[in-house]
Design a protein around this ligand. Structure first.
Ligand SMILES: C[S@@+](CC[C@H](N)C(=O)[O-])C[C@H]1O[C@@H](n2cnc3c(N)ncnc32)[C@H](O)[C@@H]1O
Length: 505
């Protein structure tokens, strides 16, 4: 019997979902209102459909009418109708009267377990300060969620990037990157006397460089490095990714979190190797909150990510600042579809070196990241960019302007083979050519071959070509000598990052 009625409700819901909101609101709802209690129960699917349909359509005034109708259903004698109304209310952007109505139900009717669960779920989504006043009647998760959403709305928390972190013995810092770039990160750190005095490289493995501090430092010290992708602090090592040890590690780290957070401490839990773990996230969040009520799990615009990474047969609990946009690359006002990974552009610029008066060309400049990163290193006489997309050229120009580099720059809209460049006029070519992945390139081998041939002609003797080579094509001109190659992950596929030097004949 139960199965049949559940199916009937589901079928009705599916049928109604196909209708427009006008039809539901002007025909089906008035019909439902006239029904007898028993038949209302059988047609509860309508209440669900109303929530979903009005989530997607309807003007604010219609939504207000729908909300009033759903609120009236909270008083229905049938528990099923009340539950369906509770589930539908948050979907249409519920407001204070809805919270009041739900709380009234909670306090007055002392609902049974199942209804209480639905009530809590609705308050998770729409509750505010009034819900916190009755938190003792609700699951811990509701208080946590409501507190997080109030905190999010009242003051968006930020990370204190300039705050000093005392040198803590054993503190481990993880700099993650695309695989293959770890050597660049190491080199960047070790070539800076200031950074060498602050940090020691403990180890490096594919896609990860591990540091330990040698002195007090601030997160912004780490952000002077441009070759890594993300940074994180190791909060603890655990045997298994279970709720209890993770919550304990989090609670034990609350001082570091307090020091580094301006505003409420909101974090998002992520399991990069395990995917979504909803039940586990909920359990960790509740336990950590019970241990330390300042720790608010919040998936929406949280300043911190707490990530669980497999590590030598165990797991690391890491704290990663969610820096978006990344302040290191704030000049990226606009983007092209196949834009380079900014830290890769920074690595490539470093790989090209600095002669002190370089003329740098990016034949496939896109949004201009390689040119800008090279410009930021200094020692540039002129930046030249070409791209066959006019939009890309405009974007590169506006990004370059945002980078406020005082460098002469010239852009050419068109095929790079048509750029009017004299032989021996360029000292560096730094480029990420199209890879033929997203947009098929009819003759990629020909394109790369032409790039090598053009480079051999326009580069000065001693000049450098740095590029990500999607194919194992070598230059036919013997003047271009392969000087370095490194296999790198370009976001799901590998290519060779190569450096060629044009020899003096
Ligand atoms: C991988 S994207 C470059 C991304 C760039 N490094 C950035 O950071 O945005 C390749 C670019 O090459 C351009 N392109 C493709 N074929 C070209 C050609 N024959 N001549 C000039 N540009 C070309 C595309 O329009 C695209 O913007």
């Amino acid at each position: 019997m139960k199965t049949t009625s559940t199916n009937a409700a589901k079928d009705l819901y599916k049928e109604l979902r196909r209708l427009g909101w006008q039809q539901i609101w002007s025909n089906h709802v008035p019909e439902f209102n006239r029904e007898t209690p028993g038949s209302k129960t059988r047609n509860a699917g309508l209440v669900r459909a109303v929530g979903v349909v009005f989530l997607e359509s309807g003007s604010p005034s219609q939504k207000a009418e729908v909300a009033a109708w759903l609120r009236s259903l909270l008083k229905d004698p049938d528990e099923k109708i009340r539950r369906y109304a509770m589930a539908a209310l948050p979907k249409i952007g519920a407001e204070a009267p809805d919270e009041e109505a739900l709380i009234e139900l909670l306090q007055r009717d002392n609902p049974a377990e199942r209804e209480r669960r639905y009530l809590a779920r609705a308050l998770d989504k729409i509750g505010g300060k009034a819900t916190l006043d009755v938190a003792d009647k609700l699951p811990v998760q509701t208080a946590l969620k409501v507190k997080a959403s109030i905190a999010r709305e009242e003051s968006p928390s930020t990370i204190r990037l300039d705050e000093k972190i005392e040198k803590v013995a054993g503190l481990q810092i993880q700099l993650r990157s695309r695989r293959g770039l770890e050597g660049f990160i190491r080199q960047e750190l070790e070539s800076s006397p200031k950074m060498k005095a602050l940090f020691e490289v403990k180890s490096s493995r594919p896609g990860l460089v591990e540091l330990s501090p040698l002195a007090d430092f601030s997160p912004s010290d780490l952000l002077t490095l441009r070759c890594f992708g993300t940074l994180a602090f190791v909060l603890g090592k655990i045997l298994k990714p279970d709720a209890e040890p993770i919550a304990k590690v989090l609670a034990a780290s609350s001082r570091l979190l307090q020091t580094l957070t301006q505003g409420s401490i909101r974090y998002r839990l992520e399991f990069p190797s395990l995917g979504h773990q909803r039940a586990l996230v909920r359990e960790i969040a509740n336990r950590a909150y019970a241990l330390c009520p300042d720790l608010l799990n919040d998936a929406r615009s949280a300043p911190w990510a707490v990530e669980i990474h497999p590590y030598d047969g165990q797991f690391l609990v890491e704290l990663r600042p969610r820096l978006s946009p990344d302040p290191r690359f704030s000049y990226r006002r606009l983007d092209v579809p196949a834009a380079s990974h900014p830290p890769l552009a920074a690595c490539m610029a470093r790989l090209a070196g600095n002669s002190g008066k370089d003329v740098v060309w990016d034949p496939f400049c896109g949004s201009g990241l390689e040119l800008i990163e090279r410009g930021l290193l200094g020692g540039v006489r002129k930046l030249l960019g070409s791209d066959r997309s006019a939009a890309a050229i405009d974007i590169a120009k506006s990004n370059l302007a945002a980078a406020t580099l005082r460098v002469e720059a010239d852009f050419f809209h068109g095929d790079f083979r048509e750029a009017d460049l004299a032989s021996n006029s360029i000292s560096q070519i730094i480029t990420n050519p199209p890879m033929g992945r997203r947009v098929p390139i009819p003759n990629l081998a020909g394109l790369i071959g032409d790039l090598l041939e053009t480079a051999a002609r326009v580069l000065q003797p001693g000049g450098v070509l740095v590029f990500a080579n999607p194919l194992s094509i070598r230059p036919s001109d013997a003047q271009l000598k392969l000087d370095m190659k490194q296999r790198i992950d370009l976001g799901g596929f590998d290519v060779q990052l190569e450096r060629y030097i044009k020899t003096h004949r």
